[in-house]
Write a protein that binds this ligand. Structure first.
Ligand code: SF4
Length: 348
């Protein structure tokens, strides 16, 4: 898996929000790699910085947030007329004008995003078809009629019933699950190299969620695209991701493959997150009595405060006195492809 080629490399990304109350370091030194055709899961509680990382990648961070530093290297493939093979060039998305020509040609085309709430991606007073064809004509040299054909084909691929008819439907005429399928069709109509999915199934019932996850996996195989899957739901991560980054307060605290994450998690925060998932076996072993869910001690600290040492130390059951509250841990590679940001694993 690690030998696969890199599509996006995020290096020491810092995205801060400067508010009258203080500065929120929403993303504070994040390093991540997305490989072509693979799925990277990004998991953590609300406010851990996972969505802001995605918005930074697309250069859609809302004001007063801004990228303060770091790199977002996008290794894009350039098909050159007459060349026997495609070339790859590297562009630092963090340096582009958010609304400049180059970023607009990448966003929605080579990198696209599906949000949690489909209504936030669809304009309620315009038909689904007009919104999808607009994305297609913006990025591809095709006529309006050809764009409509591509849109109908894509709606069929996401298995929207009566796709041609759905082109003329308004978003409110579709159910929640159907709207999310339409949004996925819109995100995939230009065959992106990377799809960022930010909690795309949270608002859906479990049956529809399972169908949407299956659909995304199928389309990923068909289009060979990478997915960055952002969620707080570890069950979804288990189904979707190959590599997983666990984020806490704007930092990646553990990065590993999905099997290791569930079988041998190392960071105390990852272990606490896993213990907070209800297990079916708990109820069985307790004779059918409802198990008590384990919670993570303490509260997520005030977002304006800058904690010395490890940001998890006020809640960590394994904190080392006079070390964890003073010295920020570095990132230690404990095995190939498995890194942890914790003093328990730092080399002496
Ligand atoms: Fe806990 Fe210390 Fe590790 Fe932070 S560095 S997670 S406080 S043991």
């Amino acid at each position: 898996m690690l030998g696969n080629s890199v599509l996006v490399e995020i290096k020491n990304l810092r995205t801060y929000f400067h508010l009258p109350e203080g500065t929120v370091r929403a993303v504070d030194g994040v390093d991540l790699t997305v490989r072509r055709g693979h799925t990277l899961g990004v998991v953590g509680e609300s406010g851990c910085g996972k969505s802001v990382t995605a918005l930074s990648l697309l250069r859609l961070v809302p004001s007063p947030g801004r990228i303060e530093g770091g790199e977002i290297l996008f290794y894009r493939t350039v098909e050159e007329a007459g060349a026997s093979s495609a070339l790859t060039d590297v562009i630092d998305l963090a340096k582009l004008e958010p609304n400049g020509r180059e970023m607009r040609s990448i966003r929605g085309n080579q990198i696209s995003m599906v949000f949690q709430e489909p209504m936030s991606a669809l304009i309620p007073v315009r038909t689904v078809g007009s919104q999808i064809t607009e994305v297609i004509t913006l990025h591809q040299k095709v006529s309006e009629a050809e764009a409509r054909e591509i849109a109908a084909d894509m709606l069929a691929r996401v298995r929207l019933p009566k796709p041609r008819q759905a082109l003329d439907d308004y978003p409110f005429q579709l159910s929640g699950g159907m709207r999310q399928r339409a949004v996925i069709a819109m995100a995939l109509c230009c065959r992106p190299k990377l799809l960022i999915a930010d909690e795309p199934t949270t608002a859906l019932d479990v049956t529809t969620e399972a169908q949407i996850l299956d659909l995304m996996r199928e389309l990923q195989k068909e289009f060979g695209m990478a997915i960055m899957y952002i969620t707080h739901n570890l069950g979804v991560i288990a189904e979707m991701a190959e590599m997983v980054a666990v984020m806490y307060l704007g930092k990646v605290v553990e990065l590993t493959d999905v099997r290791t994450l569930f079988m041998s998690p190392l960071h105390p925060y990852t272990r606490a997150l896993l213990k907070s998932i209800p297990q079916l076996t708990d109820a069985v072993t307790r004779g059918g009595k409802k198990p008590r869910l384990q919670t993570i001690e303490g509260m997520v600290p005030d977002p304006y405060s800058v904690l010395p040492g490890c940001t998890f130390h006020p809640r960590c059951p394994e904190r080392i006195p006079d070390v964890c509250d003073r010295v920020e841990p570095g990132v230690s590679e404990v095995a190939p492809g498995h890194s942890v940001k914790c003093h328990l694993y730092s080399s002496p």
